[in-house]
Design a protein around this ligand. Structure first.
Ligand code: GDP
Length: 239
């Protein structure tokens, strides 16, 4: 049995409610917030359930009709876990996309309590255009970002290092800046928990004064992708 202490012991979880539209209701910013982002089906609900050791914490976010909302969960009176809507599902039309992009962007730009983002990528696939757009957006606003590669149990053990290397090259990141994770085997759970706690405990990277007052001022995600992604990925000391 492992003697390693759990970096994130879950003592209590409270669902605070949904944000349904840009500029709409959200819990009063108090505790530090960490947002979880990824395309639909990347394994975000499974990861959140593993992280919090609850069987169905993220079920509310996966309920039909509620998948386009941002859901807020208070953990341990310590921080707020922000479950962003899964993006980029192939069947979603451009009109639907136009609905959720401003919601996600508006939240990420305007939250004074945001300490960072956990960005999920499926280890089996190259990052999608939507993934790259999101990563560029996070780099643009300077948000500290933890990259998690999901579903690693779906690859053969000997394939994994090469896949991780390829994704690192595509994203212009070091391999050790990404956390390999599996909700099936729980590999990476404690590493992610430790990274999350580090995000929560660090001061906000953004000065409150920099945050625009009006949601209307939120820019559309820049269409031009920067050559080198200047992501504020959390360094090794988090791990
Ligand atoms: P979400 O849409 O991002 O919330 O994704 P879900 O957590 O609902 O997962 C989507 C599908 O992938 C489900 O069928 C999960 O059982 C499966 N899944 C999620 N994580 C893993 C994983 O680590 N390993 C495997 N093998 N399947 C996973």
């Amino acid at each position: 049995m492992s003697e390693t202490a759990d970096p994130l012991v879950i003592r209590g979880i409270e669902y605070l409610g949904p944000m349904t539209a840009a500029g709409g209701w959200r819990p009063p910013p108090g505790l530090p917030e960490v947002a979880f982002s990824g395309r639909s089906n990347v394994g975000k609900s499974s990861l959140i359930n593993r992280l919090t050791r609850r069987k169905a914490l993220a079920r509310v976010s996966n309920t039909p009709g509620r998948t386009r909302e941002i859901h807020f969960f208070q953990i341990n009176a310590q921080f707020t876990l922000v479950d962003l809507p899964g993006y980029g599902y192939a069947k979603i039309s451009k009109t639907r996309k136009a609905e959720w992009l401003p919601l996600i962007e508006g939240y990420l730009r305007l939250s004074t309590a945001l300490r960072g983002v956990v960005q999920l990528l499926d280890v089996r696939h190259p990052p999608s255009d939507d993934d790259l757009t999101m990563l560029d957006f996070l780099a643009d606003i300077g948000a500290p970002t933890v990259i998690v590669l999901t579903k690693i149990d779906k690859l053969r053990a000997r394939e994994l290092p090469e896949r991780i290397r390829q994704i690192a090259v595509q994203l212009h990141l070091d391999e050790d800046q990404m956390i390999p994770f599996s909700a099936t085997t729980n590999v990476g759970r404690d590493e992610l928990a430790a990274a999350l706690v580090s995000l929560v405990e660090q001061p906000s990277w953004r000065a409150v004064a920099e945050i625009p007052e009006q949601v209307e001022q939120v820019d559309v995600i820049p269409s031009e992708r920067s050559e080198s992604r200047d992501l504020h990925v959390e360094p090794e000391e988090l791990r």
